[in-house]
Design a protein around this ligand. Structure first.
Ligand code: GDP
Ligand code: MG
Length: 664
């Protein structure tokens, strides 16, 4: 009979190194059936006997979340190897042992290779191999695969154990133990099997394992099995899957504690990375430190960026004036001059002026990301954000959203789960971006003199509050299924690489400019045409098409207190860019910004002004944002963000005005 041996272990545990040592150069490389994941096979010899070794994909567990895990599981279940060599990185015992425990629970015949023993030694750690053997009832062989140490011993043990009887592992599953045994007994009695032992099957059922349930689909006992699962869920309140995971880790912690001794003090064992982490991920200091870094980033970006943005603004105003003069001098028609200066240059320019912010923000973020700190930031915020129904990594995009929604949406790419990314992108427009600030300050100065700061601050807060509420809502409505558990590894700190950062920043800048040149350009053109037609009409007047549209839209805002058609038009042009609200009101009331403050006092009350600001905060994201959402997700989500913000903005501003009118 041909003996088959499987090599299983976490990624980077030294599997490939050991495989090459065991099989020499006689390896065969192909793909796993039906996939492009590499499959390595080789012959291992000792005296006259030989066996085939198969290198399984590197995996952390035998759940069914990834393709690699599924391949490994299929192999173990279907091809029933005579022996599994479990190889673990002994310097990270706790994390590596999880897979070993799962393999043991499957009732497999296992030999454990404790690899990386050189590192264990360097760290002043000692592992009691004999104790480990006694507790797990399997042979344990220390190795240093990279130096070939322990490989001969391992080979010898492998051949002596080919026909050994697998041990039974007893983990105390606490509250769920009785359920587990009952289920196991039931499976055995009814002879329900999917080619693993009954214990594994029972565990997988309680873990709600999708593959097992797929296989049990046709079983006449499916309903009964599901009932057991439901009962276990009710009994534990939380889900049995996490519960089992925690019990296994508890077992492993005990095991590691029994079998290891540290000869160095904790202080001596810590690397520099660990020492930094002890401070920056500290329970109490972590959040303040992180907030400080973020505050610093923001202040710097807007401090350094402000003069540059002003400069860009001056440049575009100059360009608009110059081009209009030039075209008139050249004898080109007036409408053409207006198209170029009022339409294209002012419109597209009002977006491009923000380029310095974009560049600086991404410069800062790339630095933080490359250094390894951003991963810590997400780690620290994870808890807080989870409480809000969001993922820890959502924090960065939301923070960015206060500057500009677009980089925020793009930064949501760092989220691994599609669900979290979508929710984050959907709520991002509720963060008050810097383009809304001119509108806030204008109205605050006009109608809330003396309380400007409080008014602006309240709008920022309102945005945050709404984003939290909406995140909960979206999560409950759109994504009911549960997400896969996440193990986060903190990368080591390193100095940011200059070239990486510049490239990163440049790519983002080009994306931004490309959008300004396409989508925004088109929208600007459209608004200009609507404001200029029918022919001969005064630009953006009541008789222009946009004026007519404004008058149609106006009644809808009457219940919110700002039923003036000019306000409606400004909201419409505000969709192009939120700053447009100010500019449009200026044009329509025919005054400059200083005069506008007086005019607004005649047309708005504090109540209707605040309702208008609430609308400005919440309603439809700007065109560039909509386009970015479409690019990052698709049209469906972009339209959803338009629809929900419009509805929410209208409801809130009407509610505010009506309730306010009753109270005041
Ligand atoms: P795999 O991902 O499990 O296939 O791991 P590899 O065999 O590719 O090994 C990952 C890294 O660990 C490589 O750089 C190896 O040279 C190194 N490595 C493997 N075994 C040992 C060991 O016993 N000690 C040390 N220090 N390094 C090892
Ligand atoms: Mg490998």
């Amino acid at each position: 009979m041909e003996y088959k041996i499987a090599l299983a272990g976490n990624p980077n545990s030294g599997k490939t190194t050991l495989f090459n040592q065991l099989a020499g150069a006689r390896e065969k490389i192909g793909n796993w059936p039906g996939t492009t994941v590499e499959r390595k096979e080789g012959k291992i010899r000792s005296g006259n006997s030989d066996a085939t070794v198969v290198d399984l994909p590197g995996i952390y567990s035998l759940s069914a979340y990834s393709l690699d895990e599924r391949i490994a599981r299929d192999f173990l279940v279907k091809e029933t190897p005579s022996l599994v060599v479990a190889i673990i990185d002994a310097s990270q015992l706790e994390r590596n042992l999880y897979l070993v425990i799962q393999l043991l629970e499957m009732g497999l015949n296992i030999v454990l290779a404790l690899n990386m023993m050189d590192i264990v030694e360097q760290r002043g750690m000692e592992i009691d191999v004999q104790e480990l053997e006694e507790i797990l009832h399997i042979p344990v062989i220390p190795t240093v695969a990279s130096q070939g140490k322990g490989v001969d011993q391992l080979k010898k043990v492998i051949f002596s154990r080919l026909d050994a009887k697998p041990p039974t592992l007893h983990i105390d599953y606490g509250d769920i133990d009785d359920t587990l045994h009952a289920l196991e007994a039931f499976l055995e009695k009814e002879n329900i099997s999917v080619s693993t032992n009954y214990k594994t099957l029972a565990l997988k059922i309680l873990e709600n394992d999708p593959i097992v349930f797929e296989k049990l689909k046709t079983s006449p006992h499916l309903q009964k099995i599901k009932n057991v699962l439901t009962a276990a869920k009710n009994q534990l309140i939380e889900d049995p899957e996490s519960y089992l995971l925690e019990r296994r880790y508890a077992y492993i912690r005990g095991l590691v504690h029994e079998c290891t001794t540290h000869h160095l003090t904790l202080e001596q064992r810590l690397t520099l990375s660990d020492k930094i982490d002890r401070v920056v991920t500290n329970t109490y200091l972590g959040i303040p430190i992180f907030l400080f870094f973020m505050f610093l980033l923001f202040t710097l970006v807007f401090k350094i960026g402000q003069p540059l943005v002003d400069l860009m603004d001056v440049f575009f105003s100059f360009l608009a004036d110059a081009s209009s003069h030039l075209s008139l001098q050249l004898g080109l028609p007036e409408w053409f001059a207006s198209l170029v200066s009022d339409g294209i240059i002012s419109g597209v320019g009002s977006v491009i002026v923000f380029l310095p912010y974009i560049l600086l923000l991404f410069l800062g973020i790339s630095c933080l990301e490359d250094s390894g700190y951003l991963a810590r930031g997400a780690f620290i915020m994870d808890r807080l954000m989870h409480a809000l129904g969001l993922h820890g990594k959502s924090f960065i995009p939301m923070l960015l959203g206060f500057g500009c929604t677009i980089p925020g949406i793009m930064a949501a790419r760092t989220l691994d789960s599609e669900k979290d990314r979508i929710i984050t992108i959907l709520i991002l427009p509720l963060m008050s971006c810097s383009a809304r600030l001119p509108v806030y300050t204008l109205f605050a100065a006009a109608l809330f003199p003396g309380y400007q700061g409080a008014v602006v601050f309240s709008l920022y807060l309102l945005g945050i509050l709404l984003s939290i509420l909406m995140a909960q809502l979206f999560k409950n409505i759109l994504f009911k299924e549960e997400s896969a558990p996440l193990v986060m590894e903190l990368p080591p700190y390193r100095l940011p690489n200059g070239k990486n950062i510049i490239t990163h920043m440049w790519i983002r800048a080009l994306l931004f400019l490309k959008k300004a040149g396409t989508i925004i350009f088109a929208a600007v053109l459209l608004i200009w045409i609507l404001a200029s037609l029918p022919a001969g009409v005064e630009y953006a007047s009541k008789e222009s098409v946009i004026g007519k549209i404004g008058q149609i839209a106006a009644p809808a805002f009457k219940p919110a207190g700002f039923g003036d058609w000019k306000a409606s038009v400004s909201l419409i042009t505000g969709i192009i860019a939120k700053e447009n609200v100010v500019g449009t009101l200026g044009t329509l009331y025919g005054v400059e910004e200083e005069g506008l403050i007086k005019v607004l006092r005649q047309h708005f009350t504090p109540l209707s002004a605040y309702a208008f600001l609430v609308m400005t905060l919440v309603y439809i994201p700007c065109v560039a944002t909509i386009a970015t959402i479409k690019n990052e997700l698709n049209w469906k989500w972009a339209m959803l963000s338009v629809a929900y913000t419009l509805a929410l903005g209208w409801i809130l501003s009407v509610l505010f005005y009506q309730v306010g009118s009753l109270v005041l």
